[in-house]
Design a protein around this ligand. Structure first.
Ligand code: B12
Length: 440
């Protein structure tokens, strides 16, 4: 039987060893989906390197490797290792898609964008010996379809208590730093509601009670979202997702979301400085509104998780310090931060490069914990220092307690806030070791 090995590499740690974890909480959908798109006469094996070692001596002749952010360096190293062994290597995923010319140097073919429309053609060409260096497609219609993901291939791995589902891809906004905007250019494509329900039912049948709707912005199409959550409600599951903070204005929708089992929403708030948001082409978000929007969402029983960046155009050491008060005042249980980083391929990267502001060229510095370009109000070294100081200041025992224990919701759900406190303590340890905090 023909065999393909699909790999989700793990990024290198500071000692250039692939990062390892005992458990993978946020399993991606790409490889189970790619496996489902693969014709039945192929045997497919999936490797999540974060959990397991790569079988370089595999009997598979075709190797598919995914790429994400700075982790692409590991993907390239794996690709070269397999090519040395005479295997045919395909690179796909976000990073290979937005820097395809570079990726092409290390593999036999790059698949740019969505695999749904070209994966089968690529496999046919491979069999005929006529593989092209680039396969490119992007779902352009407003609707797309996928087969049910092959979760059977990952059930033997140590995963968290939820599995991924996807309803839509893309986002109507075009924030200049965003890889999603770079690939989807402001478009939003979605799956028929019945198909999303089918995928959730599959997860339920596997014994899970929770799922992660890993869409980039579930508030992209309000009519679609309303229909979707009506159906989700009937499934009796708990779920989490991410979206545009302005959903906080929608009282009725928030009620329906909560009633459908939505427990947590994550928001890319980025900055408390309007001018910094404007420079990111994100002026549609107004930080003056953030506190009221967050409160509304929390008052509807949905936990708010935040992703923010420091190092925006108008950021100062004072505004970074003030971010601490913002997070504490708004009782954000598990805040996450990155240093604003121009990812190659994005508009932001093109602008910063054209302005001659890059101070690092090694992509491994582009992991969101190191300043890689200059900003007006501080040096890159000051920015990196301010970033870690912000993290440290929010992960003191006092701040963890303030955000998780001394809040009005604590008595209603003490177990949950104690769990968040434990996650905070875990993050605290990682911050001390200067490792980007995550539980993955
Ligand atoms: C789940 C997830 C993770 C999980 C991955 C778990 C795992 N091992 O499977 C975790 C939490 C570990 C993670 C970590 C990181 N992630 Co991540 N992650 C995601 C997320 C939310 C969903 C991915 C997903 O399953 N999507 C659904 C699938 C169906 O879509 P897809 O991945 O695009 O796959 C399609 C195509 O791209 C293509 N494809 C994908 N892979 C391959 C491989 C081959 C061979 C082929 C042919 C095709 C192909 O086919 C698929 C079907 O069309 C995305 C956001 C997003 N919009 O996708 C971010 C995202 C991919 N992550 C991102 C980043 C930056 C990271 C980190 C670098 C963060 C950090 N600073 O540490 C790390 C790197 C980890 C690594 N392994 O290298 C960025 C990537 C940006 C970029 N330019 O590359 C994204 C887009 C988030 C964002 N909005 O910026 N991530």
């Amino acid at each position: 039987m023909k065999k393909i090995l699909l790999i989700q590499p793990s990024p290198y740690d500071h000692n250039k060893k692939p990062l390892k974890k005992k458990k993978l909480y946020f399993a991606g959908l790409a490889l189970p989906l790619l496996a489902a798109l693969t014709p039945k006469d192929y045997e497919v094996e999936i490797i999540f390197e974060i959990l397991e070692d790569i079988p370089f001596e595999t009997d598979a002749n075709l190797i598919g490797i995914s790429t994400m952010g700075h982790g692409v360096i590991r993907s390239i190293d794996i690709a070269m290792e397999f090519r040395k062994r005479g295997k045919t290597v395909i690179l796909g995923g976000y990073m290979a898609s937005i820097m395809a010319e570079e990726a092409q140097k290390y593999c036999d073919a790059v698949l740019i964008g969505d695999a749904e429309l070209v994966w089968e053609e690529l496999l046919q060409d491979y069999e005929k010996g006529t593989l092209k260096p680039i396969y490119k497609d992007r779902l352009e219609e407003s609707w797309f379809s996928t087969p049910p993901p092959r979760f059977d291939l990952i059930m033997n791995k140590n995963l968290g208590d939820f599995l991924p589902v996807q309803a839509g891809r893309g986002c109507p906004h075009s924030c200049s730093f965003c890889s999603v905007a770079c690939l989807y250019e402001g478009s939003y494509v979605k799956k028929p509601v019945a198909e999303v329900v089918r995928d959730i039912q599959q997860i339920k049948a596997l014994g899970y009670r929770k799922f992660l709707l890993l869409d980039d912005n579930i508030f992209s199409d309000r009519v679609y979202l309303s229909k979707l959550i009506e159906e989700i409600k009937a499934l009796g599951m708990e779920w989490m997702s991410q979206c545009d903070i302005r959903i906080g204005r929608e009282h009725q929708l928030l009620d329906s979301l909560r009633n459908s089992g939505c427990t947590t929403l994550s928001f890319g708030l980025e900055s408390i400085k309007k001018e910094s948001l404007r420079a990111m082409n994100k002026a549609w978000a107004n930080p003056d509104d953030y506190p009221a929007l967050i409160r509304n969402i929390q008052d509807h029983g949905i936990d708010v998780s935040t992703e923010m960046v420091v190092g925006g155009e108008a950021d100062t050491l004072e505004s970074i310090e003030a971010t601490k008060d913002f997070i504490e005042d708004n009782k954000i249980s598990v805040p996450r931060f990155y240093i604003l980083t121009p990812i190659p391929g994005t508009q932001f990267f093109k602008d910063i490069k054209a302005q001659g502001r890059l101070v690092k060229s090694d992509i491994y510095s582009f992991d969101g914990t190191e300043a890689v370009y200059t900003i007006p109000n501080m040096t890159p070294e000051e920015l990196t220092k301010a970033y870690w100081t912000l993290y440290e200041s929010l992960f003191t025992l006092k701040s963890i307690a303030k955000r998780n224990l001394f809040r009005k919701e604590f008595l209603k759900a003490p177990g949950k806030y104690l769990f968040y406190s434990v996650v905070n303590l875990y993050y605290r340890r990682q911050i001390k070791q200067r490792v980007i905090p995550n539980i993955f």
